[in-house]
Design a binder for this molecule. Structure first.
Ligand code: GDP
Ligand code: IMO
Ligand code: MG
Length: 433
């Protein structure tokens, strides 16, 4: 079988959804392995737009099986809403099309309440989270207090765990945040309703993947967020609470890393970031506004305006190193059309010192200045271009510069949100095992 891992190389929203949807056409199984409904993956198919937060972006193909791995934190209400929204447009997703890992942790109402209360309390130093309860849910998982899908399916155990958790959370909500306590009975009833609905979907993802492996099937792993939001390797503390790197398919889906065939890094042709935190190439001028407007850079989950800036290849090079990226997909290249000059960050300076990777300490990140390479832009409309050869010369130079400084080849170029607006340069499904 062959397997492919798709991950974001920047701060999320690189266009992973579009690329996963495209590649899912040749996959048998599509798997989410980390993050939760903080993700917002947009697919545009025949002019119709779909945004998925939890359901893998392979769901539009009837023959593809979609799996939500153990490493994902699952808000059951959101999952059910997504299933219902798909039903509403005539796409019925039964248990034969979607599996939910029994080991995945559940986002509970107190997680999102605590997430938002903490952000509010932080005031100006808030992280700018999506407020979906992601951090508090992962905290409980690591603290061994979490409630898993399998617990929800066992009414008695679920009740016990819920009441234990609520006792502690209500103390915090009431005494630390000055909020109303939660009623465990109401939550119990609501969640038991979710359990009835989701029970047929429950599976063991690691086992299913091993079965698929022996049957020679193609597996596509769909990363969420981006490398520099990684809780270990990202711009801490301005990060999410999971590891959006390729190694997470091992922990988050129970799939052995040495069975990964190819790692595809998604790179937006410029850089964006939603929420707070360092952003070395940020443009707070009319070019930043141009990218924001032309690229329609609004968060798919929260609707917030995304901050925009020049392409930062130090971020991409770091991502290549962390995840063993084999090739890159460049997205939203069409958005750069019409700019006379383009800058690409190829290194950092901290005072009089140059460093070839992203610094980690908050003090160094604050002092980091980008070192730019300046290239000429292009004015030709590239949205219908079908081959690399037909791209304008300056566009080709831009792509070759990305390859040169990242050290890996570009395999896919995206020039618009639709499936057809894609130039395929290289096979990405990788080695067969
Ligand atoms: P994800 O979180 O990485 O899946 O990315 P999002 O879906 O949050 O944001 C990417 C946005 O860019 C979506 O609205 C996509 O429809 C859109 N998009 C993806 N690729 C392209 C492209 O090549 N050109 C343009 N103009 N838009 C694109
Ligand atoms: P996709 O999969 C962009 C950001 C939030 C915030 C930080 C922490 O669509 O690329 P969290 O709610 O995770 O605790 O918020 O992480 N963030 C994302 N930014 N794309 C995402 O997902 C993101 N998921 C989380 O904006 O800065
Ligand atoms: Mg997104």
């Amino acid at each position: 079988m062959s397997s492919l891992v798709v991950i974001g190389t920047q701060w999320g929203d690189e266009g992973k959804g579009k690329i996963v949807d495209l590649l899912a056409g040749e996959a048998d199984v599509v798997v989410r392995f980390q993050g939760g409904n903080n993700a917002g993956h947009t697919l545009v198919v025949n002019g119709k737009k779909f945004v998925f937060h939890l359901i893998p972006s392979g769901i539009l193909y009837q023959r593809v099986r979609c799996l939500i791995g153990n490493g994902v934190v699952v808000d059951p209400k959101i999952l059910i809403e997504e299933l219902d929204r798909l039903s509403g447009v005539g796409i019925h997703v039964g248990p034969e099309r979607l599996g939910l890992c029994e080991k995945a942790h559940l986002i509970m109402p107190y997680h999102s309440l605590l997430d938002r209360a903490r952000e509010e309390r932080k005031g100006r130093s808030a992280l700018g989270t999506t407020g979906r309860g992601i951090g508090p849910c992962y905290e409980d998982k690591v603290a061994r207090k979490g409630i898993r899908v399998s617990d929800l399916m066992d009414g008695k155990l679920f009740k016990e765990k819920l009441y234990q958790n609520i006792e502690e959370k209500n103390f915090l909500l009431k005494n630390y945040f000055g909020l109303d306590p939660l009623d465990p009975e109401g939550i119990y009833e609501e969640y038991i309703g979710f359990a009835r609905r989701l029970e047929p979907y429950v599976t063991n993802v690691s086992w299913e993947l091993a079965e698929a492996y022996t049957k020679g099937k193609r597996v596509l792993f769909e990363g969420a967020q981006g490398t520099h939001l990684d809780v270990d390797h990202g711009t801490y503390p301005f990060v999410t609470s999971s590891n959006p790197v390729s190694g997470s398919v091992g922990t988050g889906a129970g799939f052995a890393p040495n069975r990964i065939g190819h790692v595809l890094g998604i790179v937006k042709a410029y850089t964006t970031r939603v929420g707070g935190g360092p952003f070395f190439t940020e443009l707070k001028d009319e070019i930043g506004d141009y990218l924001q407007e032309k690229g329609q850079e609004f968060g798919s989950t929260t609707g917030r305006r995304r901050r925009c800036g020049w392409l930062d290849l130090v971020l991409v090079r770091d991502a290549v190193r962390f995840s063993g990226i084999d090739s890159l997909a460049i997205t939203k290249l069409d958005v750069l059309t019409g700019l006379s000059e383009l800058k690409i960050c190829i290194g950092y300076r901290i005072k009089d010192r140059e460093i070839p990777y992203r610094p980690s300490s908050q003090r160094d990140m604050e002092a980091t200045e980008p070192i730019y390479l300046t290239l000429s832009g292009w004015y030709e409309d590239i949205r219908d271009t079908k081959s690399f050869e037909d791209l304008p010369l300056n566009t080709k130079v831009y792509i070759r510069t990305i390859e040169e400084y990242s050290g890996v080849p570009v395999s896919i170029i995206s020039v618009g949100p639709e499936r057809e607006q894609t130039i395929l340069l290289k096979e990405v499904y990788g080695r067969q095992h």
